[in-house]
Design a binder for this molecule. Structure first.
Ligand code: DGT
Ligand code: CA
Ligand code: CA
Ligand code: ZN
Length: 587
């Protein structure tokens, strides 16, 4: 069991307790422990094995330490089983639907015996939900919409979660007998924003039977779905499914190409091959002998032109090697044939981070600690972007507090040398498109970042006008997390992104690509459109702690999926270039 599984189980318990109507302080305690577990850098498993005292962890008391130990040693949690005997675990899924809180989930269950999302849908369609006290027609509509949303996401995992869940499997495979090479393929290799399942390829000595046997014996698996001679599949407790295929040396590159996908990319590559009298499959690239119907050929018949390595497969087809992030059949095949592939931006190109929070709003550490953490990451510059006053629940900056923060930044500039600390703020875009801090404050900032955090249910025209109004303000530099989406949790709000991009091009306002793996906002397609229109993209982490700064690579991956080169990304500029850009309107 990985830390993430422990966190999810504790979260489930907290959710069920909330449905049960338990003491809010107890629930809070569980949620705090979830935060602790999620941000731990060491596996709890190792700490328990070493007999360490878990109560030394923040927000972990005796009881929760006991829960964690029980989970890791026995694989289940008695307390959860007890609560689940009264309120089924599937209710947690209901409660995560937009428009259904713990109280409503409880009511649906006790009044209508709704236990699952399917039950709920049936009850909604039969009109039984709207008749229930406290629901009504509008609420029923909203829930029905949320169910449609839910169905679209079900079974897809965030990149960050997949990487964490896979860590244990990778470690386990290090001791597999005779593995010469282990590679990730599929959507995970393409760095897609969400992942259906993980596809692993192994090359090994011998026929691979031992390797598959070792793989399916992974102690952290919840179940084994397949265990043949060259293919195994396991499912982790989180529901993440992992395929392993054993591939012979002569075909490894072809298999890596094939199983990296996407399917659409592969179809385009194959179509191109056929036109040249070639055949490409997971075994290699082959020349179809003259006068032979390719349909009659065995999988490795014909003259073998390539197969061992992936670049060789593309080369045999007259193509440059295509970076996996581009393999979506969005023009990359043509570009690879004509020498027109972009030189994609790399995480090494990033010279600073232009969105992060400190304890002045909802960040976990001080300005100084963030500065030290950014310097440690080799950045030339950083911007402290605490929230503005409209975000009252996180103590957003009032004009007075903004000025007080500038004082502190002045001090930190002296104590932490070697990195430029830019004054900034994540200024709320108010309901009518106004900005949440007065002009004299905005003028005093080095970078003005604006974003929407409220009234996200406005209709498309209202929201678009609101955002356009905001970015027309002459002090605005960056529009942050432009669509407000939370992957698997919240749809983008209604916004005419095309209109915003066109305006941003005209106004020379940059758009953020928020690197947090829960957001990745803008999407790859919108990022690509930004590039076409000449809109600068800023890849920012929106970090709320030093660890959050490490999300940068997820943002860069998404930028690559949007075809961005270093010159398309604002924060690949040197500090001097950035300062020139920031002064663009006064020039
Ligand atoms: P996912 O798992 O939904 O996030 O997406 P992928 O792209 O990892 O898809 P998956 O796991 O079904 O298959 C992995 C790759 O294998 C896929 O990207 C391309 C290749 N592949 C699988 N099935 C087919 C197929 O029927 N035709 C072709 N051309 N390729 C396939
Ligand atoms: Ca996959
Ligand atoms: Ca798969
Ligand atoms: Zn924000």
């Amino acid at each position: 069991m990985e830390n993430l599984d422990v966190a999810r189980t504790l979260e489930e318990l907290a959710d069920l307790l909330e449905i049960q109507g338990a003491n809010p302080f107890r629930i809070r305690a569980y949620r705090n422990a979830v935060n602790t577990v999620e941000s731990l850098s060491r596996p709890l498993r190792d700490m328990v094995d070493a007999g360490e005292d878990l109560t030394e962890l923040p927000a972990v008391g005796k009881e929760i330490a006991g829960h964690i130990t029980e989970l890791l040693t026995k694989g289940n949690l008695t307390r959860l089983d007890e609560v689940a005997a009264e309120f089924p675990r599937t209710l947690v899924e209901l409660m995560r639907l937009d428009g259904v809180g713990p109280k409503k989930a409880r009511k649906l269950f006790t009044e209508l015996d709704v236990r699952t999302v399917d039950d709920l849908q049936a009850a909604l369609e039969a009109g039984r939900v709207e008749a229930l006290e406290g629901f009504g027609e509008k609420s029923a509509q909203k829930i029905l919409h949320a169910i449609e949303e839910h169905r679209r996401h079900v079974g897809r995992f965030l990149l960050d979660d997949v990487e964490q869940l896979l860590a244990g499997v990778r470690a386990h495979m290090e001791s597999a007998p005779g593995v010469k090479r282990l590679e990730v393929a599929g959507s995970l290799r393409r760095r897609k924003e969400t992942i259906g399942d993980v596809d692993l390829l192994a090359e090994c000595e011998g026929d691979g039977t031992d390797v598959v046997a070792h793989f399916v014996a992974f102690p952290g698996a919840a179940r084994v779905e397949a265990a043949g001679g060259t293919k195994g599949n396991i499912v982790l407790p989180s529901g993440l499914s992992i395929d392993l295929r054993v591939i012979p040396h002569r075909s490894f590159g072809a298999a890596l190409q094939y199983f990296s996908g996407s399917k659409e990319h592969n179809v385009a590559v194959r179509t191109h091959a056929v036109r040249q009298g070639l055949r490409v499959n997971e075994w290699g690239v082959f020349r179809v002998p003259d006068g032979v119907d390719p349909g009659t050929l065995g999988k490795e018949d014909g003259e073998r032109l390539a197969g061992e390595d992936e670049a060789g497969v593309y080369a045999a087809l007259g193509m440059a090697w295509v970076p996996p992030e581009l393999r979506e059949n969005r023009g990359e095949v043509e570009a690879a044939l004509s020498g027109g592939l972009p030189r994609l931006v790399d995480v090494e190109d990033i010279r600073g981070d232009l969105q992060m929070h400190s304890t002045w709003s909802d960040g976990k550490v001080s300005v100084e600690e963030m500065a030290l953490a950014c310097r440690e990451r080799g950045y030339e510059y950083m911007a402290i972007t605490d929230h503005s006053q409209a975000m009252a629940m996180v103590q957003g900056l009032t004009p007075e507090r903004a000025r007080a923060q500038w004082q502190e930044i002045e001090d930190v500039r002296r104590s932490v040398e070697g990195i430029a600390i830019l004054r900034s703020a994540e200024v709320d875009i108010l309901k009518d498109g106004g900005l949440d801090l007065p002009d004299d404050i905005l003028e005093g900032l080095d970078v003005v970042v604006v974003s929407v955090h409220s009234f996200m249910d406005q209709d498309k025209k209202t929201m678009t006008d609101r955002v356009l109004e905001a970015i027309r303000h002459p002090e605005v530099d960056v529009l942050a997390h432009p669509t407000g989406r939370l992957l698997n949790r919240r749809e983008a709000f209604e916004l005419d992104v095309e209109a915003v991009l066109e305006a941003a091009a005209e106004l020379d306002v940059a758009l953020e690509l928020n690197a947090n793996p829960n957001r990745l906002d803008l999407s790859d397609v919108h990022v690509h459109r930004a590039k076409e229109l000449g809109v600068k993209v800023v890849v920012s982490t929106d970090a709320h702690s030093p660890r959050g700064l490490d999300y940068m690579r997820f943002g860069v991956d998404q930028a690559r999926r949007g075809w961005l080169e270093a010159r398309d990304v604002l924060n690949t500029m040197s500090l001097a270039e950035l300062r020139t850009w920031l002064a663009r309107r006064s020039a």
